[in-house]
Write a new protein. Structure first.
Length: 106
């Protein structure tokens, strides 16, 4: 016989999913990159959006950009930001190596 608390919790979850579905909502799941996670954290802190609000707004904003022909511009901006970060990381790595080698020479 199943544990009563587990059964009650499963029933609550099922009812919650049914209410969400009845409200026209769809469950979307996926994994994000570390860069996207950094973006998520910053947006979450500044907006206070829940995960659902974050995803819904991201999709709606992306759709608006698509409808207005802005996707190439935004992709270019993201690529430039990634390249800037990569250069910054490479400089930091070189400084760390230089610092470590100068310490070992002493």
């Amino acid at each position: 016989m199943p544990h009563p608390k587990k059964t009650a919790n499963a029933e609550k979850q099922r009812k919650f999913r049914e209410r969400q579905k009845a409200a026209g909502k769809k469950l979307v799941r996926g994994y994000i990159t570390p860069k996207a996670m950094d973006n998520y954290k910053e947006l979450s802190e500044k907006t206070g959006w829940t995960d659902s609000e974050m995803l819904s707004n991201a999709l709606r904003i992306t759709f608006a950009a698509y409808k207005n022909g802005q996707i190439p511009l935004l992709n270019k901006w993201l690529l430039e930001q990634d390249q800037k970060q990569q250069r910054k990381d490479e400089l930091a790595k070189k400084k760390a190596l230089k610092s470590a080698s100068s310490e070992s020479d002493s």
